[in-house]
Design a protein around this ligand. Structure first.
Ligand code: ARG
Length: 282
């Protein structure tokens, strides 16, 4: 099992990033990303994380896999295990073999879900306290979330996503600490909204406009929260709760339906997850 002495995040440079297919409502091949600007924005995020004392590890980009930059979808990390994604769309399925090689060569135990169960990693599965919150129906299957939770031995709360714009859980929900999260309620059905309200004590709600700026797609490092620009209300709300927001422009990635969180994968466990303190033997 890999050892970490500080927050550690996996990223993948955007060398081959582009809008080559359309698998969510943000993507349009007629609205291409600007290669130089994407590179600059990605570098801005990278440097910001490094300045927060994060150990950023890199995956080598691969031609023909434009969404490999979104490392949140490489898998779900739990105490040295990497549960690999099984992508819903064929266009992204080629990423899994690249992810497998990276995890295996960096000391992780890789796991595959049974065939026929789609699962998109940390994009759709986020720990808040001891509980795993899972987004399903658009990209991941509820059965897959159950499978992952029973493998880990934790409680899972499956949340049905109802708006195609918020197709991954990390686009509408962001755990901040054990009992605190950012969220966008309209992305969930009634049952999901109730479940979140019942289980998480402190919730910061984002507006329609800021949700569309990917406000919920934030990276939490201790009390620092890294997010896209244009989310002033959320920044103020975070400050009120004792967090320090750090905004950095990521519009080129919104063209593919992603922002800060999607571009990262926390390898040592998210701050809101309890398992890094007492990892269960796998
Ligand atoms: N274009 C990618 C897709 O639709 C974006 C993935 C964003 N990742 C995320 N964790 N939300 O799959």
């Amino acid at each position: 099992m890999p050892r970490f002495d500080r927050p550690t995040i996996l990223m993948c440079p955007p060398d081959y990033y582009g809008i080559e297919y359309e698998i969510n409502p943000w993507m349009s091949r007629s609205r291409q990303s600007d290669t130089a600007l994407a590179r600059e924005q990605w570098k801005g995020l990278y440097e910001l994380l490094v300045s927060l004392d994060v150990d950023v590890q890199l995956m080598e980009p691969a031609q023909g896999l434009p969404d490999l930059v979104f490392t949140a979808n490489a898998g779900l990390i739990y105490a040295g295990d990497a549960v690999l994604s099984r992508f819903r769309h064929e266009a992204r399925q080629g990423e899994t073999s690249v992810d497998r090689v990276w995890f295996a060569s960096h000391g992780f135990n890789t796991l595959d879900l049974p065939e026929g169960m789609d699962f998109e990693g940390a994009g759709d599965a986020l720990f808040c306290g001891e509980t795993l919150y899972g987004g399903y129906i658009i990209r991941s299957d509820a059965r897959a979330l159950q499978w992952v939770a029973s493998h880990i031995g934790c409680r899972v709360i499956p949340l049905q996503l109802v708006d195609e714009h918020y197709y991954h859980l990390d686009t509408c929900f962001c755990p901040l600490a054990e009992d605190e999260a950012i969220w966008y309620p309209p992305a969930f059905d009634e049952y999901g909204q109730r479940a979140i309200r019942e289980h998480i004590g402190h919730l910061i709600e984002v507006s329609d406009d800021e949700a569309a700026r990917f406000a919920c797609n934030a990276v939490v490092v201790g009390r620092s929260v890294v997010l896209n620009t244009g989310c002033r209300q959320l920044e103020a709300d975070l400050r009120d709760r004792g967090y320090t927001p750090h905004a950095t422009p990521l519009d080129e990635f919104i063209k593919a339906g992603g922002s800060a969180k999607c571009l990262t994968l926390r390898l040592d466990g998210e701050d809101a997850a309890l398992w890094p303190e007492a990892p269960a033997p796998s």
